[in-house]
Design a protein around this ligand. Structure first.
Ligand code: NAD
Length: 416
């Protein structure tokens, strides 16, 4: 998803471009520009010192032509209505690209979660959930974790919702702890999905995974598992980074050892092997696959010309600006866009929801095989669409996602 100063404006521009490319009736596009529902709530909570503070919470439900709304909840001081609207729209396209029977939504609370105690976070989450009780639900809107929310947050949402309903409703959220109905393989899912997409791209370009060199920016959930799984696929992981520094070893890292070091010390800096490099140097390394898995706008028009990787697999949301993507496309770099490359998370969330609805628990190998099937199909659907319209993969992904949503919306018609 492209990022600029107004993310919702960027999302609308993209929708309009695809509308023109596909010659879609402007009134259909007009409907999709407006989220179906925008909910803003005040969330008062008692702080540990007895003081009462009021936070603003959002849940924006973009479109549910293909199924219940689905999307994360983030706790971040910069959360605002425009950002949540854009993220909700991008979720609609992302779910459609992977062909999941979901629409798109996003939620958030404008709060610096790092400054709250665990008790304060629990009260915030429970009150926010109570305010949204009529708007979320297993067949209405199924939240998931996002920035600064996690499995514990989902457990609190599930419990609060269940308390009001009078029975346990695990299928109201995904990304839960395993013991509450969370799915095997969910933790690794986004990184695994990115690795699967990178492998399909390498195959398409006639490259053998064995020995391909990989650099990963951002050694968090997505980056660590993408690196680990690419290593298992035979690649050599030559560079990794987090917010403290980058590390480089042309001989390749043992990713498990780096994960243990990060787990123990909380940072990459100080890892015994390799040389220290900057994040900017990492992006410009001579490598086969680059996985930006940290934050937005890592690749812009100022550094896009210096990228030497043959494949960029966008693990993060919005790591390349639209202008950078254009430069990379013209220079022949194969960019796998975020709405495809990081869709593994929402795909396994879908599996979690299915397991909960059927009161089943699938093994990790079943989950991974199904994820493989969905992402391989999505990757090739995107490539086929991009070839048909002679556009880059990012535009191909938007065309595919938007077209699927438009088809569903047109079949449903307009009530009344
Ligand atoms: P995370 O917090 O687990 O990890 C982020 C990592 O990036 C950390 O290691 C952090 O140190 C590093 N980082 C932060 N600033 C950096 C900088 N300036 N340079 C280099 N590294 C930096 O987060 P995550 O869950 O791995 O998410 C990463 C990205 O992937 C985000 O854009 C997120 O929206 C996206 N994403 C995540 C998921 C998921 O399932 N976790 C799903 C879809 C998209």
């Amino acid at each position: 998803m492209p990022s600029n100063s107004n993310p919702f404006r960027a999302a609308i521009d993209q929708l309009e471009r695809v509308g023109k490319l596909l010659n879609i009736d402007p009134s259909t596009i007009e409907r999709l520009k407006h989220p179906r529902r925008e909910i803003i709530v005040s969330v008062p909570i008692r702080m540990d010192n007895g003081e009462i503070k009021v936070f603003t919470g959002y849940r924006i439900q973009h479109c549910h032509a293909r199924g219940p709304f689905k999307g994360g909840i983030r706790y971040h001081p910069k959360v605002d209505q425009e950002e949540v609207k854009a993220l909700a729209m991008w979720m609609t396209w992302k779910c459609a690209v992977v062909d999941l029977p979901y629409g798109g939504a996003k939620g958030g609370v404008a709060v610096d979660a790092k400054k709250l105690s665990k008790g304060e976070l629990e009260r915030l989450t429970r009150r926010y959930t109570a305010m949204l009780l009529d708007d979320i639900g297993p067949y209405k809107d199924v939240p998931a974790p996002d920035m600064y929310t996690d499995a514990q947050t989902m457990a609190w949402i599930m419990d609060t919702y269940s308390q009001f309903k009078g029975h346990l409703v695990p299928e109201v959220v995904t990304g839960k702890p395993i013991e509450l109905g969370g799915s095997e393989g969910r933790r690794e899912a986004t990184g695994r999905g990115a690795a699967i997409c990178a492998r399909e791209a390498a195959k398409q370009l006639g490259m053998n995974m064995k020995g391909l060199t990989v650099a990963v920016q951002g050694f968090g959930n997505v980056g660590q598992w993408a690196a680990k799984i690419l290593e298992e696929m035979g690649c050599k992981i030559i560079a990794l980074s987090d917010s403290t520094c980058g590390i480089y070893d042309p001989k390749g890292f043992d990713v498990r050892a780096v994960m243990e070091h990060k787990e123990k010390t909380g940072k990459l800096r100080g890892f015994a092997h390799g040389e220290e490099i900057t994040n900017e140097e990492l992006l410009q390394l001579d490598c086969d696959i680059l996985v930006p898995a940290a934050m937005e706008n890592a690749i812009t028009e100022s550094n896009a010309h210096n990228i030497k990787a043959k494949i960029i697999c966008e693990g993060a949301n919005g790591p390349s600006t639209p202008k950078a993507r254009e430069i990379l496309y013209n220079e022949g770099v194969h960019v796998i866009p975020d709405i495809l490359a990081n869709a593994g998370g929402v795909t396994v969330s879908y599996f979690e929801w299915l397991q909960n609805l059927h009161r089943e628990h699938w093994s990790e190998s079943v989950v991974n095989q199904k994820l493989e099937n969905y992402l391989v199909k999505a990757y090739h659907d995107v490539v086929k669409t991009a070839e048909e319209y002679r556009v880059d993969l990012a535009t191909g992904a938007y065309v595919l996602g938007i077209k699927r949503v438009v088809d569903a919306q047109e079949s449903l018609g307009l009530f009344p």
